[in-house]
Design a protein around this ligand. Structure first.
Ligand SMILES: Nc1ncnc2c1ncn2[C@@H]1O[C@H](COP(=O)(O)OP(=O)(O)OP(=O)(O)O)[C@@H](O)[C@H]1O
Ligand SMILES: [Mg+2]
Length: 225
């Protein structure tokens, strides 16, 4: 049903321009994701998975076609409007962590809430709760270099949840982790899905990808299954 789609892409193309040479990354994507769905995106390196995630996450605009978030066309919005949608609706978890090295775990988790204007007391309380949720209640004062890879990824998940986003986008969240830490991250994402969050996961790991309710296969910028 159309009304229930939290994300919809219509005829989306994305072409990057490199020294005036066109690099087609997405070549006509039609896609609907229902609220509360758990979707995995799989495909070879360079097939366009991260490009697709960037469009769903309002980090970028399509060259052609339209992207709807909760029914609203975001394809031509200004940078400020896109930033607002990202802040309010979307939580990002990326492979390369992107934590701020100088900040402690709890400060990293507080950051997006600071951007959203959440007052200090409330922010610290929520950040502490989120770190407990991901099993890092005893690591709040650690800086990223003082945490293991799996722990850092869990900080990222806590950070992604600060503003209570409807959609969680995870681009290879387990890519840098051993199997056990990877499994821990998958469990957290799946628990969030059970609580009603929409999850979109990019993964190279078949075993993880197969656990989603909807599996999207992408190749050369096209959905192939
Ligand atoms: N900023 C950019 N400028 C130019 N070309 C880009 C840019 N980002 C990606 N590309 C190109 O677009 C294509 C799709 O890239 P994308 O990062 O979406 O692939 P991917 O499926 O995420 O790959 P991987 O599994 O390796 O992460 C690739 O050919 C890539 O070289
Ligand atoms: Mg990628």
């Amino acid at each position: 049903m159309k009304g229930l789609d939290i994300v919809r892409l219509e005829g989306v193309e994305k072409t990057y321009l490199m020294d005036r040479v066109k690099v087609p990354a997405l070549r006509g994507i039609n896609l609907s994701i229902e609220k509360g769905d758990y979707v995995s995106i799989m495909g070879p390196s360079g097939s366009g998975k991260s490009t697709l995630m960037n469009l769903i996450g309002a980090l970028d605009r399509p060259t052609k076609g339209r992207v709807f978030i909760e029914g609203r066309d975001i394809s031509k919005l200004s940078d400020n409007s896109l930033a607002r949608i990202r802040r309010e609706k979307i939580g990002f978890v990326f492979q390369q962590f992107n934590l701020i090295p100088r900040l402690t775990a709890i400060e990293n988790v507080e950051l997006p809430m600071w951007f959203a204007g959440v007052p200090k007391v409330q922010r610290v309380k929520r950040a502490a709760e989120l770190l407990k949720l991901v099993g890092l209640g005893d690591r709040m004062k650690h800086r990223p270099t003082e945490l293991s890879g799996g722990e850092r990824q869990r900080v990222c998940i806590a950070r992604a949840l600060g503003n209570d986003p409807e959609i969680i986008l995870a681009d290879e969240p387990t890519g840098n982790l051993d199997t056990k830490s990877g499994e821990g991250i998958m469990r957290i994402l799946e628990e969030l899905n059970e609580r009603g969050k929409t999850i979109v996961l990019v993964t190279h790991e078949r075993e993880f990808g197969k656990r989603a309710n909807t599996i999207i296969k992408i190749r050369d910028g096209r959905i192939v299954g």
